[in-house]
Design a binder for this molecule. Structure first.
Ligand code: PAF
Length: 284
C-alpha cells in the first residue's frame, strides 16, 4: 500500500499532482465534506481502481450552506476520515482551511440553468452556487481526469455537469450508485445526527420510495406523489419538504409517465431537525 499524503495547501497539492503526472499517472478526484461512510468509500475505491493517483478532498464548504445551523452541526471527523482513506488506498487527502479555499470572498454567480432551479435550487437558495464555487476551485487546483460523485445527490450531479460544461474543464464526471444500509436507508453523513428512534423511523423513506415503484404501475404521477408524501408525513417527526417526479435528464417535473424515458423521484424529508434526501428511478 502506498503512503497516503495529507496536504492542506493548494500549491503543495499542485506540486504533488504534477509529480504524479510526470510519472504518466492519471488523476481522479473525489470531492467530499468528510464524515466519511461506505458511500464515500465506494467512490474512493472506484477512483483508486481507475486512476494512478486518487485525490480525496475533505472540506466542509461554508458557501453551500444556506442554513447556518446546518453548517454548525455538520459532522467533522478528520482523523477517522484519514484512517478510512488510507485503508481504501487513497494517495492524497486534501484538507484545506476555509482561508485557503476562500482567501477572499468568492463573488462568482453561476447561471446553471433549469437543472439548478428546481427542487434543492428552490428550497436551498444559493446552495448550488456554493457547490459550483467549491467544485470549480477543486477542479482548477487538481485538474482531474475523472471526478466521482454519488447519485444520492442526484440533482447535484446534473448541476456539476452543467458547471463543468460551462467552464470547459476536461474532467469526466462519473456518477456512482447510492450505497444503502441492509434495511435500505441511503448512507449519509447526516444519518449520524439521528436519534435511535429517528433512525428507526427514517428507514420508511427508502421503503416508501421502493413501494411506490409498484404503486406507480397502477396510478398516475400525481397519485404517486401523494402516496409517498402522505405515507411519510404520517410517521412521527417526519415532514416531507418535497417529493418530485422528474425527467432524469432535465430534472423538470413530469405530469404523466409517458413524458420521459428516464424518470426519477427525488425526495427531501425532515426527520426531526435532520434534513435527509433520497431518490429512486421509476424508469431508466
Ligand atoms: O456532495 C458533497 O459532499 C458536496 O456538495 C461537495 C460535492 C463535496 C462540494 O462541497
Amino acid at each position: 500500500m502506498c503512503i497516503m499524503e495529507i496536504i492542506s495547501k493548494t500549491s503543495d497539492l499542485q506540486a504533488r499532482i504534477s509529480a504524479y503526472r510526470k510519472e504518466g499517472k492519471q488523476i481522479g478526484l473525489v470531492p467530499t465534506m468528510g464524515a466519511l461512510h461506505d458511500g464515500h468509500l465506494a467512490l474512493v475505491r472506484r477512483c483508486v481502481a481507475e486512476n494512478g493517483c486518487c485525490v480525496v478532498s475533505v472540506f466542509v464548504n461554508p458557501t453551500q450552506f444556506n442554513d447556518k445551523n446546518d453548517l454548525l452541526h455538520y459532522p467533522r471527523t478528520p482523523e477517522a476520515d484519514c484512517a478510512l482513506l488510507e485503508k481504501a488506498g487513497c494517495h492524497i487527502v486534501f484538507m484545506p482551511s476555509v482561508e485557503e479555499m476562500y482567501p477572499q470572498e468568492d463573488t462568482r454567480v453561476f447561471n446553471l440553468g433549469a437543472v439548478a432551479e428546481v427542487m434543492e435550487g428552490k428550497y436551498r437558495p444559493g446552495h448550488f452556487n456554493g457547490v459550483a464555487q467549491i467544485v470549480s476551485k477543486l477542479f482548477a487546483a487538481v485538474t482531474p481526469d475523472r471526478a466521482y460523485f454519488g447519485e444520492k445527490d442526484f440533482q447535484q450531479i446534473a448541476v456539476i455537469r452543467e458547471m463543468n460544461r460551462q467552464l470547459k474543464f476536461p474532467t469526466e464526471i462519473i456518477a456512482c450508485p447510492i450505497v444503502r444500509e441492509a434495511d435500505g436507508m441511503a448512507l449519509s453523513s447526516r444519518n449520524r445526527r439521528l436519534t435511535p428512534e429517528q433512525r428507526k423511523n427514517a428507514v420508511n423513506i427508502s421503503q416508501t420510495l421502493f413501494k411506490s415503484l409498484t404503486f406507480a404501475e397502477q396510478h398516475s404521477v400525481a397519485e404517486t406523489i401523494a402516496f409517498v408524501t402522505e405515507s411519510l408525513n404520517r410517521i412521527p417527526e417526519m415532514r416531507v419538504e418535497y417529493y418530485e417526479i422528474v425527467d432524469g435528464n432535465t430534472l423538470q417535473p413530469i405530469a404523466s409517465w409517458s413524458d420521459a424515458d428516464y424518470i426519477v423521484g427525488c425526495i427531501t424529508v425532515y426527520c426531526g431537525e435532520v434534513r435527509l434526501i433520497d431518490n429512486v428511478a421509476y424508469r431508466k
